[in-house]
Ligand binder design. Sequence first.
Ligand code: FPP
Length: 246
Amino acid sequence: MDTTTTLHTGNLPQHLAIIMDGNGRWAKKKGMLRIFGHENGTKAVRETVESCARLGIGYLTLYAFSTENWNRPKMEVDTLMNLLVSSLEKELPTLQKNSIKLNTIGNTAMLPDGARKKLLDVIEQTKGNTRMTLTLALSYGSREEIISAVKKISEKVQNNQLNIADISESVIGAHLYTHDLPDVDLVIRTSGEQRISNFLLWQVAYAELYFTEVLWPDFREKDLHEALISYQKRERRFGKTSEQVK
Ligand code: FPP
């Protein structure tokens, strides 16, 4: 067994996607309201974004708000939207300093006006940055994304802009919200839950999955490194044999 415990800078995932889970349980354990967990979750977001940029990970995608999260109590939804706006305001200098480009995926038309405007503003201000692309999945659901892609492709077929025979993986990929992102290499989910929860279903086809018991507000750089070390020990075969990929 490979017992390496240090991270090396080669063979890092090009695209890391994180399901940030456990904010509510973290707060409950402390006898606090769920929103206290979300507030502290923003600290883990900042630390993770900076660590990934430092390491040279090109694409980081964070599952910040799912289509299903709209069903949470109004106060919690409002708090999450306010946290989004305040974090974007506060972190803009950090994004600029580290040359991080902000991107978003999801049905962002659903967001309250203030949050959508702030998001578009920061996306515009950071569009020339090249070190890392930080994608926030907001009002995001993978099935909805796939349905939207199928509709766009069907329209093109109906208008004779596309032949059915030409529908390929790359055509489908080009109609997803993630059309300008590479496939996901590694998914990290915190809080001990071991499921994908409607996150990037098409894009994780060959991703490695890493689950940790750590609750999101407690997720620190050392936890990120542990996940990356685990990734570096794996052999990604993409359906081939071990001998073929060596
Ligand atoms: C999951 O924990 C977390 C969320 C639904 C929201 C994630 C949001 C943040 C980390 C803060 C804001 C983010 C940005 C990008 C500024 P949960 O509430 O489902 O926790 P539980 O499973 O313990 O109840």
